[in-house]
Design a protein. Structure first.
Length: 466
C-alpha cells in the first residue's frame, strides 16, 4: 500500500473533497443578541436552527474561532448513530427507565437528522445502512454478546446478533467470529452536513461570525479580540476546543482521534469485501476502530493515534504522525487484505471532548443564562442534535415560553462532573490508559481465552469509564 502520496492534515479529507467554504466576516465590534452561541460546529448550528425555527424573531449570533465545521464536525468518521456517552452511568444514577428514555431519544434522533436534512435539501450522502460492530477474537465475542444483551435491555429490540458466516455475508471482515447490528444508524459526509446546516441557519436569519475566537465566557457576555457580544443566554458549544477558553482547561479533555481514507476502490476489491449495505463498521477492541464505505467507494477508517497532547493542547490543521497512519493502515489491511495494494489518499486528526466521567451532558444555568452541551466522547454526530433540541427547550422553559418537556427531563440534563487532574497527571493517565488498551488488544488477539484482559478492566476503572 502506498502512503508516499498521502495528503496529511489540511483539516480533513472531507474538506479536501468539498473545499473550504468562503470566509464569513469576523465580529465587527461590540454588539448584542438574544442568544449568543460559541462554536460553529454541529452543536452550535443545530441549536441555532431549532431556536430560530421555534422563535423566528430571536436575534441569534454564532461565534466561530476558525470556520464552521473546523473542529470535530468537519473531521469525524461520518457515523450518524444512536450511541450516547454515559448511558450506563445515568442508569446507575437515575434508574434504568430514565436511561431507557435517553436511549429512545437517541434512536429517534437518527430519524430526526435524516428528516431535517431532507426537509432542508441538505445532501450529505446519507445512507441508512445501520451500524455493524464485529468481533474477531474470543474475548471480543464475549464482550459483543454482553453488549448486545445490554442494548436489548435498554429497549433496542430490533437489534440483531449474527454469527461468523452471517457477518461475513454482510461485510467480509477477515477473522470475524460474530457481530451485532442495529438499524439506528447511517453513513454520511460530515462536511456536506455542516456546510448545509450553516447555510440553512443563515437563510433563517442567524448571524455567523467566523475567524472570531472567544477568549472568555461570562454571564451575559462572550469576549473576543474584536469586541464583546452581550446576550441573556450565552451557550458554550466548543466540545474538544473547550480547554482554550479562560478557566476551562480542565473541564473536558481534548482526546485526539485520527483517520485515513483510501483511493476509490475498484469493483474487484468490493467483490471480495461485500459491504453492499454500507453499514457503518466498528469493532469490539479496547482501542477500537470505526469505518465507513463512502459514497464514492473509498474506505474511511479511524482510531486513536496520539490520544492526548500535554496541557490540553489541540492541533491546527489535523496533521497526523506517520506512525499513526501506518497503524491505521495495518488495521485496514488486517480487516480487508485485498486493500493491501490500495493508495491512502489522505490522513488527518481532530479532537473530541471527554468529561472526567465520560458522560455527555447538556445544561442551562438559569441563574446566569450560561448553557453548554458536549462531552460526546466521539459519539457526537447524532448526539449534537439531541443536545441542541434540549437547549432549545431549556431556554424556552427559562424564558417562560413553555414548561418542562420530555427532553428537559432526560437524565443527562444538568449533570455535574469533577474536573480533570492537573498536569502532568492527566497526560500520564491518558497515555497510560491507551498503552494498557493496546497491550490488552494484542494479548487478546493472540489468546484463545474468551475473557477480557484484566489490564483493560483495570484501565477502565482508573479512567472512570465504568
Amino acid at each position: 500500500m502506498s502512503t508516499g502520496s498521502t495528503a496529511n492534515g489540511g483539516i480533513s479529507f472531507w474538506y479536501a473533497d468539498q473545499g473550504t467554504p468562503p470566509a464569513r466576516e469576523p465580529l465587527p465590534g461590540d454588539t448584542t443578541a438574544d442568544v449568543c452561541i460559541v462554536g460553529g460546529g454541529y452543536t452550535g448550528l443545530w441549536t441555532a436552527y431549532y431556536l430560530k425555527k421555534a422563535v423566528p424573531f430571536l436575534n441569534i449570533t454564532v461565534l466561530e474561532a476558525k470556520f464552521c465545521g473546523y473542529g470535530a464536525s468537519g473531521r469525524n468518521g461520518g457515523w450518524l448513530y444512536n450511541g450516547i456517552a454515559g448511558r450506563d452511568r445515568y442508569a446507575k444514577l437515575h434508574g434504568h427507565e430514565a436511561a431507557v428514555r435517553l436511549q429512545r431519544a437517541m434512536n429517534e434522533t437518527v430519524d430526526e437528522v435524516v428528516r431535517v436534512a431532507a426537509e432542508e435539501d441538505i445532501d450529505a450522502d446519507i445512507h441508512r445502512g445501520g451500524v455493524l460492530e464485529v468481533a474477531y477474537t474470543p474475548a471480543q465475542l464475549a464482550r459483543l454478546k454482553d453488549f448486545h444483551s445490554v442494548e436489548i435491555a435498554f429497549g433496542e429490540t430490533d437489534r440483531v446478533l449474527r454469527g461468523a458466516r452471517e457477518t461475513c455475508e454482510r461485510v467480509n471482515v477477515t477473522g470475524a467470529v460474530g457481530s451485532t447490528w442495529t438499524p439506528h444508524g447511517a453513513r454520511l459526509h460530515p462536511v456536506k452536513l455542516v456546510k448545509g446546516l450553516a447555510a440553512t441557519v443563515e437563510a433563517l436569519g442567524v448571524t455567523i461570525h467566523e475567524s472570531t475566537p472567544v477568549t472568555e465566557i461570562a454571564p451575559k457576555h462572550a469576549h473576543t479580540p474584536y469586541g464583546t457580544v452581550r446576550a441573556p443566554y450565552v451557550l458554550r458549544c466548543t466540545e474538544g476546543f473547550t480547554a482554550s477558553l479562560k478557566g476551562q482547561r480542565r473541564t473536558w479533555l481534548p482526546m485526539n482521534s485520527s483517520m485515513i481514507v483510501t483511493e476509490p476502490l475498484p469493483r474487484s476489491v468490493w467483490d471480495t469485501i461485500g459491504w453492499d449495505g454500507r453499514e457503518t463498521l466498528g469493532d469490539m477492541a479496547h482501542a477500537y476502530m470505526y469505518a465507513q464505505r463512502t459514497a464514492d467507494d473509498r474506505i474511511a477508517l479511524g482510531g486513536r493515534g496520539v490520544p492526548y497532547r500535554f496541557g490540553s493542547a489541540t492541533d491546527n490543521d489535523g496533521r497526523t504522525r506517520p506512525a499513526t497512519v501506518e497503524a491505521l493502515r495495518e488495521i485496514l489491511v488486517r480487516f480487508f487484505p485485498t486493500t493491501a495494494g490500495a493508495r491512502i489518499d489522505h490522513a488527518w486528526s481532530g479532537v473530541l471532548g471527554v468529561p472526567r466521567d465520560w458522560c455527555a451532558t447538556v445544561t442551562l444555568d438559569r441563574s446566569t443564562g450560561l448553557g453548554w452541551a458536549g462531552g460526546y466522547v466521539g459519539s457526537g454526530v447524532a448526539t449534537t442534535n439531541l443536545a441542541a433540541r434540549t437547549l432549545r427547550d431549556l431556554i424556552q422553559q427559562d424564558s417562560g415560553q413553555s414548561g418542562p418537556t420530555e427532553l428537559t427531563e432526560l437524565p443527562w440534563v444538568g449533570h455535574k462532573v469533577r474536573r480533570w487532574e492537573p498536569e502532568p497527571f492527566r497526560w500520564i493517565g491518558v497515555h497510560g490508559m491507551y498503552a494498557a488498551y493496546r497491550a490488552a488488544d494484542r494479548r487478546e488477539l493472540a489468546s484463545p481465552r474468551a475473557g477480557t484482559d484484566p489490564v483493560a478492566k483495570v484501565a477502565d476503572r482508573l479512567a472512570g469509564r465504568h
